[in-house]
Design a protein around this ligand. Sequence first.
Ligand SMILES: Nc1nc2c(c(=O)[nH]1)N[C@H]1C(S)=C(S)[C@@H](COP(=O)(O)O)O[C@H]1N2
Ligand SMILES: [Mo]
Length: 324
Amino acid sequence: MTDRTDPAIPSSQITPEAVYRARRQLMGLGLASPLLALAGCADAGEGGAPAAAATAPTGDSGDGFRAGDELTREQDVTSYNNFYEFGTGKADPAKYAHSLRPAPWSVVVGGEAELTGTFPLEDFLKPQVAQDRIYRLRCVEGWSMVIPWQGVPLGDLLKRFKPTSRAKYVAFTTLADPEQMPGLRYPALEWPYREGLRIDEAMHPLTLLATGLYGKPLPNQNGAPLRLVVPWKYGFKSIKSIVRIDFTEQMPVTSWNQAQPSEYGFYSNVNPDVDHPRWSQRSERRIAGSASKLFAERIATLPFNGYAAQVASLYSGMDLRKWF
Ligand SMILES: Nc1nc2c(c(=O)[nH]1)N[C@H]1C(S)=C(S)[C@@H](COP(=O)(O)O)O[C@H]1N2
Ligand SMILES: [Mo]
């Protein structure tokens, strides 16, 4: 991978990012959501909130919902992608994903649940309201981004389908339509792309079903109209353009594990102590916001991608070298 020098950025592309930075300041104060805005007003009445504005904290929110790191530019989030259904080159998805038709869309829910069937996307998402999350996403290849997503917590959504006591895992499937996805002609992976989570991982409040980024509907290359985001796992767990969700009793087959089981485990938690058989996972290069090059300096990779405080307890007692 070579560094790419950044051409002059048109202001139309800078604006959304500036808006997001301003919004993050507000979120640090708990003013971004209507609900919290009320609390903010109450504080203002007591004379506390306005003074705090000048010293808004820029660090992570304690719940993991908002990474304090500098955002990756929208233009890089939407042009440096992995979406093998459109080719294996980083520029291929942005180049070819225009043929994906994200509407109308429906999601099949199957397996160990009381409510199953085919749901038009609008019904599937109802009555959840999209939330803002700023997550680090680290690819197993050693680069990472910080992305402002919009989406619904997966757990809130899945509960509506009333999974049975036999539902131990959740399996996800991407669309596989050769007419819309030219990459399906090549056996890069076994199609359709499949991923899976243990049910407690799926229900964790950090696990997001994303519908947008940078305040806009998901671009096709980022997995329109619906993609998973699991910020403490390697990027390949974040399956795109989901058409099917199954509750299963057995650990589901996943595409990358199937392709190369010695390299890609089912869990795929970001772990600097477990090397990929062909390279170290100790560090990463952030695709940064203000840097003039695509890649910023190498930084240390954190256990669970920096979300250990929120998720390490899911794996207590497990040997994470064995269950990589
Ligand atoms: N269906 C599908 N989902 C996918 C992939 C893919 O090839 N096909 N690539 C994965 C990988 S390896 C990564 S790193 C992320 C990249 O997401 P982004 O392009 O939105 O940054 O998507 C993941 N989801
Ligand atoms: Mo990846």
